[in-house]
Design a protein around this ligand. Sequence first.
Ligand code: PLP
Length: 350
Amino acid sequence: MSKNFNLNRLLRQNVKNLKPYSSARDDFKTVGEQMVFLDANENPYGTAVNRYPDPQQTKLKQVLATQRNVQLEQLLLGNGSDEVLDLMYRAFCEPNIDNVITLPPTYGMYGVLAGINAVENREVLLTENFELDVDAILRKQDERSKLLFICAPNNPTGNIFDRDTIVELLEKFNGIVVIDEAYIDFSATNSWLKELDKFPNLVVTQTLSKAYGMAGIRLGICYASAAIIKILNKIKPPYNVNVLTQEYALERIQDVVKIKNEISRIKEVKKELFKQLLQYDFVKKVYPSEANFLLVKVDDATKRYQQLLQHTIVVRNRSNQPLCENTLRITVGTEREVEALLTALTQLEQ
Ligand SMILES: *Cc1c(COP(=O)(O)O)cnc(C)c1O
């Protein structure tokens, strides 16, 4: 850990002073079923969703804590990991005073959230090989640098970063290092979850939106020290994860075999897609990927993007991102979807 790391120093004064909203369901959740709840102005006539959700999502967290081998106190759930990232800004970044460091080309929401929260976004480009430029990152930090966002595997480049490099940043960055593991389940590398106890300035985020196939229910997961989680809990909206999401997630995350099979299948299809893409003349490079998408360099990305649209295929043009000139990001779909993509690409060639 950085010698200068001091959670109390990082925390915003208003959050420190805040008395959180105390919800009715927070007060009496352990007594459970036999209680008569006349405290929250709900409609008493039963539909499955007439009651407010458990603000602490205890059942769901218990399963997640067991599966991921972390303590309940190291877990916070959000309305997608986008909400978790937003909470990080709101807890630690004083508007118009503090700054964060982001590492383009990377996930766009880090920068958007900086804008929404009126926080300076200090960008440090990855190197030409999409590696972390540690010296440049450390040169950019000052005493107002609160958060550093590392996306691993990185979106849109698909690569993971050297572990020792990340350790060096965890040791030398004076703020909190957020490692966004949205794509970790597709990667052969280990999650940083195991390092939580070693680095009190480490926050790991994951999501059910990608590998787990539940983008529609919006569930993001934040793992950090109990001290950091306590702070985020204090400022999160009390009912941020709805009843339907909690129930659906609880059911599906226990279907471990099904999820594992889907991930293997996506990885197989990715391997095949990688190979096939290299056959087209207008494809200049396909980047190796630890995620469920491929970044593809083509002759003219805007032209190819438009042509694919005409074939009713939507990919993501990443050309306006630094170091990503003339690239398209293609999600690995079903076998049939990939077939449709390849058929369309073949027609573009003629
Ligand atoms: C998709 C994505 C997310 C968004 O996750 P949600 O849980 O759906 O909000 C976060 N980070 C990265 C890098 C992503 O690609």
